[in-house]
Ligand binder design. Structure first.
Ligand code: AMP
Length: 285
């Protein structure tokens, strides 16, 4: 397995793969890899000849008071997992390789990036869209794999790929969960033992909402929301948002909505966790 630190070396590697008739998939990550990332890597392997994992804690997607400096990092652990999962190359640049000191160009998506996480993290998606664009230009992938865990991010990047004509097929992998339902996240490591035992209220309340919609499809979104808020608050979580939206537009559901998303962001202590479920409405209107 190769590890590249420079954009130029990464590009040369990918161009050579393509000259040899191979397709390339990229799995962008911030490292501290877990089974959620691994599921995306396995999906990438099924959809391309060569898998490149990027490991880069991207400073521009963190706000001034967020956890950029503390974000967990363990490159040797990441390297070993990638090797075990048949990854051909890791792209792990330093921030100065990705961002020249006087860089002044940004990629912004302007519709899907307004609500949900953008309310508390107003520059987050600009940082994500910009870094993913730069990673695409470094890795030159045919396929890019992202997780449904970050549902708003996946929608924004899908829109960006379409709007900016990237010749890239995007695949979104399902959320991987712990046995008790908690969505895997590099940030789960921040949770105290007590908060870790309480946090499954998030996925439990979302699963209950999904089950309720399966039995009572006419349930008012406001009622669904209230039930989720009550369960999470009862467990000691502090709600950032709980929203029931059209899964394609992230707008309020309409009669023509075919799929709902219930998206949540919750603090346990200082740790902010996100999760979501999709609910198909086809045939239920
Ligand atoms: P991150 O390293 O947190 O930036 O995540 C890198 C990629 O892994 C993103 O596309 C995430 O959506 C995805 N991911 C993170 N957690 C999970 C999970 N529990 N299940 C599936 N994908 C995930």
């Amino acid at each position: 397995m190769d590890v590249f630190k420079t954009i130029k070396a990464m590009q040369q590697y990918s161009m050579e793969q393509k000259r040899n008739g191979k397709t390339v998939a990229v799995v962008p990550t911030m490292g501290f890899l877990h089974d959620g990332h691994m599921s995306l890597i396995d999906l990438a392997r099924k959809n391309a000849d060569v898998v490149v994992v990027t490991v880069f804690v991207n400073p521009t997607q963190f706000g001034p008071n967020e956890d950029f400096a503390q974000y967990p990092r363990d490159f040797e652990h990441d390297r070993r997992l990638c090797e075990e999962h048949g990854v051909q190359a890791i792209f792990a640049p330093e921030p100065k390789e990705m961002y020249p000191a006087d860089c002044s160009t940004w990629v912004t998506e302007e519709k899907l990036s307004r609500g949900l996480c953008a309310k508390t993290r107003p520059t987050h998606f600009r940082g994500v869209a910009t870094v993913v664009t730069k990673l695409f230009h470094a890795v030159l992938p045919d396929v890019a794999v992202f997780g449904q865990k970050d549902a708003q991010q996946a929608l924004i990047l899908g829109r960006m790929i379409r709007d900016l004509n990237f010749p890239i097929r995007m695949i979104v992998g399902p959320i991987v969960r712990e046995a008790d339902g908690l969505a895997l996240s590099s940030r789960n490591k921040y949770l105290s033992a007590e908060d870790r035992s309480r946090a499954p209220a998030i996925s439990h309340s979302l699963a209950a909402a999904q089950a309720r919609m399966a039995s009572f499809p006419d349930t008012d979104p406001a009622e669904l929301r209230e039930r989720i808020v009550a369960e999470i608050t009862g467990s000691g979580g502090r709600i950032d948002y709980v929203e029931v939206l059209d899964a394609a537009t992230l707008e309020s559901p309409e009669v023509k909505t075919t799929r709902l998303i219930i998206a949540v962001a919750v603090y346990y202590g200082a740790t902010r966790l996100i999760d979501n479920v999709l609910i198909d409405m086809v045939g239920k209107q």
